[in-house]
Design a protein around this ligand. Structure first.
Ligand code: PLP
Length: 411
């Protein structure tokens, strides 16, 4: 348990016996800020905490504008409207992503075009994106998987060459950098999540960041039910009215207050998660060398935020056995994603471009290990329990239990 008085884990959640794959971080400021909102009585969005969060998010992402919204799903829907997507349009995206990336496109009547990912990072493979471009392509939605930035330079080059809008689905990537530039500043639009599984959380929550001046005013209108209320509040119009399509995307001040309490500690939170990630990498190093498991890599020019750690096992059966072994020891190790191109709605609404071999093989091999702020000694238990399965399995495969195929259990 961390000694830091400013950040602590909810003790009820971090129960001794079981290790959950995620424990949301709370800071002591959360209660103070929530109390302030309740006392002041301004509960709807747009108050002092929303303004403070948006200002901090602008700083963190180096973007032109940051808007707080109720979820990354909502931010992606707003991005799809800002891209002016409609029937007949196509958007290139990974199949290896959360459903919200594709849903936002389908809700506009456009078609998600699923392409494969790079096996080292599980981020969009730029060559596959280049080959998927048609005269109907309007945008590229690039996901920064595990908080490690996608290869944005070649993607931006493809977007520029074909006049496409580049959207970062940065749900997992607040605080990550690509060639020193923060996620959120790398595309035309970016979306972030503050769901309880993310590094900083308000339970549910999200943000939209924008780098194109021509999209800023419309983003305010879309967030505010399609009205020009923002212009009215600034005194630009004397009454506000319905001017465009939109919906209700603002979070309440309670959500903003909770988020601010976390954003003020994002550097500590991300640093702690990155050091856990390093412990995991070291803990499985010999098994990687021996070819028992694979790990994802983060290229030198990418600086992640320690969002997620996963192991790539041999096959679906290995994945199933690993999860059962860990569950038997009270440790949650979920897998994801069911590739969107193979999901019922993906087959109905989307199409594939090229081979999706990496995507197909990855989702049946991947397991996520617990990772949250202040894991402390729990990480040793996770590594030890995982190694018990991984080394034992290697021995059995060799057929002679005394020969350990260069993957001896650690002393
Ligand atoms: C890549 C990606 N996009 C979008 C989302 C949706 O985020 P939210 O739960 O904030 O709507 C997630 C959530 O995990 C995600 O991982």
């Amino acid at each position: 348990m961390p000694k830091d008085a400013k950040i602590y884990i909810n003790q009820n959640l971090a129960d001794e016996a079981a290790i959950r794959f995620n424990v949301p971080t709370l800071t002591s400021k959360t209660f103070t800020y929530l109390h302030t909102v309740l006392e002041q009585g301004h509960l709807a969005g747009g108050g002092q905490f929303t303004v403070a969060c948006e200002s901090r998010l602008r700083e963190l992402t180096g973007s032109l504008k940051a808007q707080l919204v109720h979820s990354c799903t909502g931010a992606l829907e707003m991005a799809a409207i800002l891209c002016d997507l409609g029937p007949g349009d196509e958007v290139i995206m990974p199949s290896f992503t959360f459903v919200s990336t594709a849903n936002a496109v389908v809700l506009r009547g456009a078609v998600p075009v699923f392409v494969d990912v790079d096996p080292q990072t599980l981020n969009l493979a730029p060559q596959a994106v280049a080959e998927a471009v048609t005269e109907r392509t309007k945008a590229i939605f690039a996901v920064h998987y595990a908080g490690v930035p996608a290869e944005m330079a070649p993607l931006a080059e493809i977007a520029r060459a074909h006049g496409l809008i580049l959207v970062e689905d940065a749900a997992q990537a607040l605080g990550s950098k690509y060639h020193g530039r923060p996620c959120g500043s790398l595309g035309d639009i970016a979306t972030f999540s503050f769901h309880e599984t993310k590094n900083v959380t308000s339970g549910e929550g999200g943000a939209l960041t924008i780098n194109r001046p021509d999209l800023v005013e419309r983003a305010d209108i879309i967030r505010d039910k399609g009205t020009n209320r923002a212009g009215y509040l600034e005194g630009a119009v004397d009454k506000y009215t319905w001017v465009d399509i939109g919906s209700s995307y603002s979070p309440s001040e309670l959500t903003a207050a909770m988020l601010l309490a976390q954003l003020e500690h994002i550097d500590e939170i991300n640093a702690d998660r990155l050091s856990s990630l390093e412990l995991y990498r070291n803990g499985f190093f010999d098994l990687v060398q021996a070819g028992r498991v694979d790990l994802l890599t983060s290229p030198d020019h990418c600086c992640g935020n320690g969002h997620l750690f996963c192991l790539l096992l041999r096959d679906a059966q290995d994945q199933k056995r690993f999860i059962a072994h860990m569950r038997g020891h009270g440790i949650e190790t979920p897998f994801h994603y069911v590739p969107l191109h193979s999901a019922p709605a993906g087959r109905l609404y989307g199409r594939c471009s090229g081979s999706l071999a990496v995507t197909d093989s990855t989702s049946s091999r991947l397991v996520r290990l617990p990772l949250y702020f202040g894991m402390g000694l729990e990480i040793d238990r996770v590594i030890g329990t995982a190694r018990e399965y991984l080394t034992d399995y290697v021995s059995i495969q060799c057929g002679v239990r005394s020969i350990h195929c260069a993957t001896e259990k650690p002393a």
